[in-house]
Design a protein around this ligand. Structure first.
Ligand SMILES: C[S@@+](CC[C@H](N)C(=O)[O-])C[C@H]1O[C@@H](n2cnc3c(N)ncnc32)[C@H](O)[C@@H]1O
Length: 252
């Protein structure tokens, strides 16, 4: 079984204890599919005050994360990995990086060992980005205080794809897995305050249910994320369903 290891480097290790000890992230670790270790970058600071930030050269607001503790922390983790014969992939969480999407998560879930650096303050010394990092990843076009929440988002998204963590069937049907948004889901009761579950889902006819779900998945994608349809080659079956949806939308 492939065991994925994620080492997270942060100056706020305490932020991870809650999210990593609940739900899927906990289950992934318990199942043995995922090993997570959180390291305090401060432990690698060189001075007695354990300084991890300093003023920016050239002036300006805020502080910048110093290179030495981050380089030392990454080198420490890499050395342990080298002894196991593994070459980790070093990621910097960064609003200027490639935007995280499901395709990127799928690629990362195939790696054996990931090191995630969480920035803070005004960001990190440019030499970390240039000489230490393999890939910069953003979780969206907005600025957070630090890379800890983005690292948790990334870890969660990777963890749920690892074999045995959740059923493969449920991950395969989720939004973005095949390039479309997921169909609507219902559970009991069948009739809640007069709001009814679509009849077809109660029919027991698996083929009809499959077709309805495919069509609703396409409808959702067309209504909410038409860009996802533009970037794909659609099967003749999907094209026929889309035509039906367009006719329905025009009242035909
Ligand atoms: C306040 S931000 C620094 C922003 C930086 N001054 C800039 O303009 O690009 C501090 C740290 O939070 C993390 N961060 C903030 N927003 C992020 C996002 N959208 N995606 C990934 N990481 C983010 C990064 O690690 C970043 O170094």
């Amino acid at each position: 079984m492939l065991i994925v290891r994620i080492d997270i480097l942060t100056i706020f290790p305490g932020m991870f204890s809650g999210p990593f000890s609940e739900s899927i992230l906990m289950r992934a670790q318990e199942s043995g599919a995922l090993q997570i270790e959180v390291h305090n970058i401060r432990d690698f600071a060189l001075d007695k005050h354990k300084t991890t930030d300093d003023y920016p050269f050239g002036g300006g607001p805020g502080m910048v994360m110093k290179p030495e503790p981050v380089f030392l922390a990454v080198e420490h983790v890499k050395e342990l990995a080298r002894q196991r014969g593994v070459q980790p992939w070093v990621i910097l969480m960064c609003p200027q990086g490639r935007r995280l999407d499901q395709a990127l998560v799928e690629r990362l879930a195939k790696l054996e060992h990931i090191i995630i650096i969480c920035g803070h303050y005004e960001g990190v010394d440019e030499r970390i980005r240039q000489y230490l990092v393999d890939e910069e990843i953003s979780i969206g076009d907005y600025i957070l205080t630090g890379g800890e929440l983005p690292a948790m988002v990334l870890t969660d998204a990777v963890a749920r794809l690892l074999p045995g963590v959740i059923s493969e069937e449920s991950t395969l049907q989720e939004s973005f897995r095949d390039g479309f948004l997921e169909y609507p889901q219902y559970t009991r009761p069948q009739d809640f305050r007069g709001m009814k579950v679509p009849e077809v889902l109660l029919s027991g006819d698996h083929e009809k249910v499959r077709l309805w779900r495919r069509k609703e998945s396409l409808r959702r994608t067309l209504m909410r994320r038409p860009d996802l349809l533009e970037s794909r080659d659609l099967s003749p079956g999907d094209l026929a369903l889309l035509k039906e949806i367009e006719r329905e939308m025009l009242g035909g």
